[in-house]
Design a protein around this ligand. Structure first.
Ligand code: GLC
Length: 419
């Protein structure tokens, strides 16, 4: 074990609350959806049983309609805003009312494939399989009403890339007036210059209040939202998870789940092609309200490589990343765009989870050099700057929260790859 492996394990243990892990103390005191699934991949390196528990806890709070919420508020903590009283979702254990990138299917398969304890892995994977399948079904039923094969997000927080430049235009349609007065907590834990703006926060809350007014009926929210965006990164994660869930279901003899998820993945991968931009060398978001592509070269369009995309597209994505010229790839937005900000959250900085998923996709597509370059840059970054929430892609300056869970988890994965 190297020093950074030991440090990563320390962080994962420190943020472990028994059956779930908080992203970091203070800033994020609850369980987050995609954080947990990726965190389990780190936990498996030192405690496989605990890794399964992480995902099981998340799915214990799945809604009856199949949605898996983006936050589970296990215990009260007023260090975070908006808390359970703002969401008011009326769940036994309070949760938020929106979702997050569906990386669970991928995580499940990876945990299963690499498990040392095979019988335990089969039992635990079999129990989770129908729950993940119900989540995928919910996505295609509620977020793809026209059956395009691609789902829309209805709140920027669902993408996991909260303040990406991708949302600027469609988000301008969301009002800022009429929301209840509030006090942000995030800017008390982290530098406000590196976080979303007040105007963005007003709009985040307008949407929450709007959905709350519709009593969180998830069958109504898509059509009722002024913000509906088809994000290639979000869809790529769902498509990859559907493909992985299909493989896993086949191995475990669950043919119906396998067939259903194979169909989601095949249809989704074909539909992704409509988001490709040749001049930009990457995929783009589509605004589902106007039906136009959004001219924003963010990392969502590179994260598309996580899905089974055509090999020549993966090759082009590898070139686009190289073209950014950033030492600590992958920048969350194209650095030559005047809107790029190297330190502001999802408008430029590097995030290790994104590096991991892009690297994994590129390796699968045969882009070995590009994938190895990402692994090397990521480990370099940690050795230079420690375990932050995100980093300046050029200088490697650590930004946002410290001792960050999913960063630590990804380090254990990268180290295993580099071995
Ligand atoms: C921020 C990130 C989101 C993440 C959460 C917890 O909101 O944008 O992707 O899940 O923090 O780490």
């Amino acid at each position: 074990m190297t020093d950074i492996a030991d440090a990563a394990i320390d962080i994962l243990r420190e943020n472990d609350r028994g059956t779930y892990t908080v992203p970091t103390k203070g800033l994020y005191p609850f369980q987050w959806n995609w954080d947990s699934c990726l965190t389990a991949l780190g936990q498996r390196h030192f405690d496989e049983g605990r890794a399964w528990t992480e995902i099981e806890t998340l799915f214990a709070h799945q809604w009856p309609d199949g949605m898996v919420p983006h936050i589970v508020f296990h215990k009260p903590d007023d260090g975070y805003f908006p808390g359970p009283d703002v969401w008011a979702t009326n769940r036994p254990v309070p949760t938020s009312g929106i979702t997050q990138p569906a990386v669970a299917g991928f995580a499940l398969r990876r945990l299963f494939d690499r498990a040392a304890d095979r019988p335990e892995a089969a039992d635990r994977a079999r129990a989770l399989l129908p729950k993940v399948a119900a989540w995928h079904r919910w996505f295609y039923e509620t977020r793809d009403p026209a059956r395009e094969g691609l789902v829309a997000i209805i709140h920027p927080w669902e993408s996991g890339r909260d303040n990406s430049i991708d949302w600027d235009e469609p988000f301008a349609r969301v009002p800022t007036e009429g929301i209840a007065p509030y006090t942000r907590r995030d800017t008390q834990h982290a530098n406000p210059e590196h976080r979303p703006t007040k105007e963005q926060y007003d709009r985040y809350l307008w949407l929450v209040e709007h959905f709350r007014g519709l009593k969180w009926d998830t069958s109504k929210l898509h059509d009722a939202s002024p913000f509906r965006v088809v994000d290639p990164g979000f869809n790529a994660i769902l498509i990859r998870s559907a493909a992985d869930l299909a493989d896993l279901a086949e191995t475990l003899g669950e043919q119906e789940i396998a067939a259903e998820n194979r169909a989601f993945a095949t249809r989704g991968a074909a539909a992704m092609e409509s988001l490709w931009s040749d001049p930009h060398g990457q995929y783009l978001c589509r605004d589902r309200v106007t039906d136009a592509l959004i001219d924003s070269r963010s990392v969502g369009g590179l994260l598309a490589a996580f899905a089974p995309i055509p090999a020549h597209r993966a090759a082009r994505i590898a070139e686009t990343i190289e073209g950014h010229g950033m030492r600590f790839r992958v920048a969350s937005h194209a650095p030559d765009d005047p809107r790029f900000q190297s330190k502001r959250y999802w408008r430029g900085p590097t995030w290790l989870v994104v590096n991991y998923m892009i690297g994994d996709g590129l390796a699968r597509a045969g882009q070995t050099d590009a994938a190895e370059a990402i692994t090397r840059a990521s480990l370099d970054l940690i050795r230079t700057s420690g375990f932050a929430e995100y980093y300046d892609p050029h200088t490697g300056e650590p930004l946002g929260g410290g001792r960050f869970t999913w960063t630590a988890a990804m380090v254990l994965e990268f180290l295993a790859m580099a071995d």
